[in-house]
Structure formats: C-alpha cells, structure tokens
Design a protein. Structure first.
Length: 758
C-alpha cells in the first residue's frame, strides 16, 4: 500500500521566462513558428523531468498553454469568435493569438476577447464567448499531441482538462440572453471524444478541473454537474478537481457524482480532511496539502501527524498533491541567490514543493526514524521563524493592539468637507485631472535601470527624476489641467515601489508568476510586521508642488492593493496585514499633508479582487478592507482632499463598500462600459464626487472632444454636476507622450465646452 503523489499543474513560463521571450519574438516576427513550437516542447520536457526527478509519481499533461488554459479549452471545443476566424481556415496558433491579443503574425486584426480574473488569484483568463447557437467540435488537439509527446518520453502521466461546467461558468453570453446550461448537450460530446482519444492512448486518469465547486452554485448547476458527469463514460478514470477553497458546502449532492476520484484543496482549507468518511468508498482521494498559492515552506512534520491516521485507514486510496496548480508560484528557489539565508529557509517554490510532496509521501509510506527526522529538520526553520526579529516587531504589534477604531473616520461628513475643500481650492466646475502616471519612456526606464545597476549615483539619479517631474508638471500646466500629478517616474510598479521602502517585505530576483500570456508579475513577499521607517513619496510630491501654483496630488497605493499583489504571510489573518499596511500608509499620508500636499490619492484597484470565493464571506472581508482604507487616510484635516482610484473590475457587487470608503473623489474606469456604472452609482445613492474615466487609456487612439462631451453630459444626467470630475480611466504610463498630450488636450477642451454650457 503506498500513497502516490501528483501535481495539478506546473509553471509554464520557464526559469528564464523562455516562453515569454519566445512568444514576444514570435509576435514581433523575429522567431518563426517552428522556433516557438520548439521552445514550448523543450519547456514541457524540462518541467516534466524536474517533477519526475523530484519524485512526483503522476505528471500533469495539459497544463501547458501558449497563452492561457481557458483559451486552450475554448479552442479544443472549437470555439473561435467569428471575428477571429480566417476564411473558414483551420484553427491554428495564430487563431489563438488573434483571440488573445487581437492580432497575430497572420490574419486580420480584430478586437481581442475579454480578460478576466481567475477566481481569487492574480492570473487572468480569456473569457469564452457563448452564443445561443454555438456549435462544438474538437477543434484543437494540443492536449492529445502533448500526451503523445510525454508518452514518447516514457513518462508516467495524467491528463488535465478544464471541466465542462467550469468552462461554461467562466463564459459570457453574447447576443441574445439565454441559459448557458442549454449548451451542455452540444458540449459534452466533445469531452467524450477527448476521453475516448485519451483511452486509446492508454491514459488511466484525467484530472477534470472544476474550480467552480468552491463557489456558491445555483441548484440548476448542481443538477447539471450530476447530469453531465453521468453522460461521460469510458475507461479513463475521472478525478474531479476543485481548488482554491473548500467544497464542504457541496456535500449534500457531490457524492452522487459519476467520477472515480475527488481532489480536495486541503492547503486552502484543511478541515476538508473531516469530509473523507462521507465520500464514496470507491473514490480515489487526492489530498492537496502543498499550497500552490503561496511561497512558504510546508510544515511537513505537522502534515505527517495529520495524515498518519488517514494513511492507516485509506491506504493507497490516498494521493498527495498540490492544492492547486503550481502556476501561481515562482519556479525555483535555487535561483534566488540574493535572498537573506534566513528568509530563504522559510520558502519553497514550485520545484521545492514537488520535493515536499515526495518527502511527505515517503515518510507516510515507510515511516522510519530517519525519514521522520528529515521531516522535523525540514520544518525546523518554520519554528524558528515564529520568534525571528525579522518577523516580530513589538512596536508594530503594540500600535495595532491599542488602535482606536475611531481613527478611521474623517472629522466631518463629506457635505461639509466638500464646502471647505471648495473654499480652499476654488476649482472650476468639471475639474480636470489624471490618474497619476505619465508615459514611462525608454529614457525614464533606463534612468532607473542605470541607478539600480550602480551606473548612476544617487545625485544624478535624483537630478534625472527631477527633470522628468519638471517636464511633466510643465506639460500639465500647458494643457491647462486643474489638478496635477508628479507622474510616478520613480516607480517600476505600484506595489514594489512601496514594498521596497517598508519594513516587513522581501523581494525575489526571479520570482516571476504568469499573469496572462507573456505577462508576468514578481510579487513582493510579506515576511514580517510592516512599518514605514521613513517617508516614501514626500520629497517627490513636494518637489512637484514647488513648481506650480496648482494643486499636485500625492500618490499612494492603498493597503488592499499592496496586500492583494504580494505573497502574504499566513501566520496572521489578512485583516491584520491590511491594518499594518494601513498604519504605515497613514504615516505617509500625514507626512504628505504636513508637507503641504493638500490632495492625496490612494489607489485601490484591487479592492474587489480580495473578495473571498463564497458570498457569505464577502461582508466580513469588505468590513475590514474598507476599515483599512479609511484608517490610511482618516487622520487628515477636512480641507485635505482624499482621492481614490479603481479599475479592472465589475463594481456592481461592491458599490456599498465603495461608498463606505468615504473618499472625497473616486476616479473609475468606465470608458469601456459607456457609463452604465454611473447609473448603478446613482441608484445606489453614491454620495461623494466621481471622476468617470472619459477615455480608454489602453488604446493609443486619441479620443474626440465631442465623444467626451457626450459622455460627460450623460454623466450629468445621473449625478450632480458639482460632484463630477473629468479624467482618463487609468494611469498613462503605458502610453507615449504625443498621443497622451493630444488626448489630454481634447479632454481639457471637452471640460471647457461643458463649462460654457452651464
Ligand atoms: N496611480 C496609478 C497610475 O496612474 C494607478 C494605476 C492603476 O490603477 N492600476 O499608474
Ligand atoms: Zn487604473
């Protein structure tokens, strides 16, 4: 009787981000398709071998994607939006890239499909477009080819497929409204065809990813699950694979599902181990004990204790696995030569996590003294961490423990603050502003790089940045904007910049995680109690303000966004981390105010991303999230104007929380939704001032004056004109100067025309 191990998926981008470079070279016409295919093949082989060498028993095939695994599934099902098809030609790699990016080396350009966030991660998937009349056929055989490839290498494998219900759930209805579930009878035959093809290849197990099981599922969807899995048949055994949370709430019906095994993400919720007795006796039970979401070394000794009894009871019915795919963690800790040894001893990346699985499985299979000692030794740094001064900061803890919740509230209500602020600033109606960043030109980026690499000393670097700020202020004055910004030239990224100046953070050199396609992020690590040793942005803001009589907004990233875009420590609740961040930012806000910065923007684009998977947990989250934001800025005078900015999200669900932030001004991404959001804000009785983004900064097109005037007049139908601001829908850092100036010139002109109409 022995426990086997498997991973649910492995990072595909490569230790040197080879896939990224190959994709970008291919898109730019610098690498041919054969070269790209070869890079993918080499990466797959290397990644399988690494897992095998680490001792993993069953290797995932089907976790590789050229852009995104949901898009791969859509193609497999023959789903190509009409605008991305090419004269009824076959689906090929360029079809895939046209859907993902709107263009590819061959074929005509057409708007890309929508990107959306993958559950509660920072990964983004391409949203399937569903039509009432959608037809399905096996359109893309990548999975089968990769199975052949792995089998030719003689590897022990399991196929990975995104399940039919999760794929449908993630899709968006286009055209006339209809019930997505009505597509199932047409969809399932393709799944059956795939299962048959896997059976022909002798594949024993297929991992059917159904992450939606961790959400609240309507009754019809539960029924659809039961019905769908009943339809599928054949010799390939199906491991139903939910992840990111618990499935305990599905237990009333889940054991009736026609599958041969179930995976439980115990790293997300270990209490699921208690569900085992309620599951069918013939099911294989895959226990996802190693986190695929975070970078901490696992406490293997503790898992061993938890699993020992189960091993005796369930024997080889148990598998050990990662909780979810390792896609969401960096690849290899071995590469991190710059990390402090102490911090390093607390971490495990994808390759190390495979070894963890093996260590644990071996100890359970053959528990002898040396193996148990090995587990103890492995977990020892975690025990040491608990008292490390790098982690525990008594000052931060004391400040938090005597925190007065009233500190989160502004002194006066918005109606009074608005009057006082108007007296101070004397802004015209339709005040114009921007979201913070200005174009990050090659020159700006190389200035930062040179400084980082030591080719530029601090004085020259400062001088370079000051010149950039001066230019940015000058351009804004020439444009006639009312509220200016310093432009954020000093920032690589809105989270890293702050993390680097705060205590409690650590950084990797190569800790890249795929966000989508060729895009990767390198999230900072929150390793200890957070505090701010010194002002972070004050000097830049003060310098910018010294150059103009117009107000310059201070520019900060909010506590939730810093939290959501980092790897958090897990020995404290997220709410506590948010509160620590909030207090550190509060110090910055107060220093900015004291330095004469009278408008301060605190960006929270990730407020919605932090939402838990299940609705019943939303309100508690929103409560502490809103409190953290308010804590960061509650200390300022009534005359100081607090702005916030949000983007990339559907706000509908969280409007009350957005109102509860009580920011004086919120700027939002609305340009692409034609202001439907404003109707919702009006209906929700949103009380404070709003800057609906009047043009889409994601496109290089210069917006027309008339178009922005129309949009703003529409906005004025919904909201009092004294509450409206005029601004783009996000920061301008990805744009070039010429189009930025042209767009802002038109925007300022739109505001001028509107003032004349009043
Ligand atoms: N202030 C940031 C900027 O302008 C905001 C970025 C964001 O919302 N993602 O770039
Ligand atoms: Zn934005």
């Amino acid at each position: 009787m022995s426990i086997q191990t498997h991973t649910l998926g492995f990072p595909r981008i490569g230790s040197q981000r080879e896939l990224k470079w190959a994709l970008e070279a291919y898109w730019a016409g610098q690498l041919d398709q054969a070269g790209l295919l070869e890079t993918g093949r080499r990466l797959r082989e290397r990644h399988w071998r690494w897992q095998l060498e680490a001792g993993v028993d069953l290797l995932p095939v089907g976790d590789f994607a050229w852009y995104d695994q949901v898009l791969t599934t859509s193609l497999m099902l023959g789903q190509v939006p009409a605008r991305h098809r090419q004269d009824d030609g076959p689906i090929d790699l360029d079809t895939l890239f046209r859907i993902a990016r709107g263009r590819a080396p061959t074929g005509a350009e057409a708007p890309a499909a929508e990107l959306s966030k993958w559950f509660n991660t920072n990964y983004h998937y391409l949203v399937p477009e569903l039509h009432q009349e959608s037809q399905f056929q096996l359109g893309w055989t990548q999975l089968l080819e990769e199975v052949d490839e792995a089998q030719a290498l003689g590897l022990p494998i399991k196929a990975v497929l995104l399940g039919p219900l999760s794929w449908l759930w993630l899709g968006k209805v286009k055209g006339d409204a209809f019930d997505r579930l009505s597509l199932l009878p047409r969809l399932l035959p393709v799944y059956q065809q795939l299962l048959d093809a896997l059976a022909e290849r002798g594949v024993a197990w297929v991992q059917m990813d159904e992450p939606i099981l961790t959400l609240d599922l309507p009754e019809e969807w539960q029924q659809a699950f039961l019905w769908s899995y009943e339809q599928l048949n054949g010799p390939v055994k199906r491991l139903l694979t939910p992840y990111f949370g618990s499935i305990a709430h599905q237990l009333p019906w889940l054991p009736q599902l026609a599958v041969q095994g179930l995976h439980l993400d115990c790293s997300a919720d270990a209490s699921q181990l208690d569900l085992l007795p309620q599951l069918p006796a013939h099911w294989q039970l895959s226990l996802g004990v190693i986190s695929g979401r975070n970078i901490w070394r696992s406490d293997l000794a503790n898992w061993y204790q938890k699993l020992r009894g189960l091993q005796a009871q369930y024997g080889d019915r148990l598998w050990l696995a990662t909780g979810c795919s390792l896609l969401h963690v960096p690849l290899d800790l071995q590469q991190e030569d710059g990390l402090e040894p102490e911090v390093r001893s607390w971490l495990a990346f994808a390759r190390q996590k495979c070894t963890e699985l093996t260590l644990l499985a071996q100890a359970l299979n053959q528990p002898d003294d040396s193996r148990l000692a090995q587990l103890q030794a492995y977990a020892a740094p975690l025990a040491a961490r608990a008292d490390s001064p790098r982690v525990q900061d008594p000052k931060v803890q004391a400040r938090l423990s005597r925190l007065d919740p009233a500190l989160a509230n502004r002194r006066s209500p918005f109606s009074l603050r608005q009057k006082l602020q108007q007296i101070r600033w004397q802004l015209p109606l339709w005040p114009t502003t921007t979201i913070g960043s200005f174009p990050q030109t090659q020159a700006v980026r190389s200035l930062r790089a040179q400084y980082r690499q030591g080719q530029l000393d601090a004085a020259d670097y400062q001088a370079g940045l000051k010149a950039e700020i001066a230019r940015t202020i000058e351009e804004q004055e020439a444009l006639g904007l009312d509220v200016l910004v310093h432009g954020e030239a000093e920032r690589t990224d809105m989270v890293e910049y702050f993390g680097q100046q705060l205590n409690g953070f650590a950084f990797t050199r190569h800790g890249w995680v795929q966000s989508y396609g060729s895009r990767c992020v390198k999230p900072p690590l929150i390793v200890g109690d957070i505090s701010r040793p010194a002002p972070m942005t004050v000097a830049w803001s003060q310098y910018a303000q010294s150059l103009t009589r117009k107000p310059v907004k201070g520019m900060l990233t909010g506590p939730l966004t810093i939290l959501c875009w980092s790897f958090p420590r897990e020995d404290l609740p997220r709410a506590t981390l948010a509160r620590q961040l909030a207090l550190a930012l509060r110090d910055e806000v107060q220093d900015l105010e004291a330095a004469g910065i009278g408008m301060i923007q605190i960006d929270e684009p990730a407020l919605r991303e932090g939402l838990p998977l299940r609705r019943q947990e939303w309100q508690p989250y929103l409560d502490w999230a809103v409190e953290a934001f308010k804590l960061s800025c509650g200390g300022v005078a009534d005359e100081t104007q607090i702005h916030t900015h949000m983007c990339y999200c559907e706000f509908g669900d969280i409007l009350p929380a957005i109102a509860a932030l009580d920011a004086d001004v919120i700027t939002l991404e609305t340009a692409r939704s034609d202001l439907t959001l404003l109707e919702e804000l009006k209906e929700g009785g949103y009380p404070n001032a709003i800057g609906p983004g009047v043009y889409d900064i994601h496109s290089p097109n210069v917006p027309q004056v008339s178009q922005m005037v129309r949009l703003l007049r529409l906005a004025a139908k919904h909201l009092p004109v004294e509450h409206l601001w005029v601004n783009p829908d996000c920061g301008l850092k990805t744009r070039g100067w010429p189009e930025t100036l042209a767009a802002l010139r038109n925007m300022v002109e739109a505001a001028r025309q509107l003032r004349q109409l009043e």
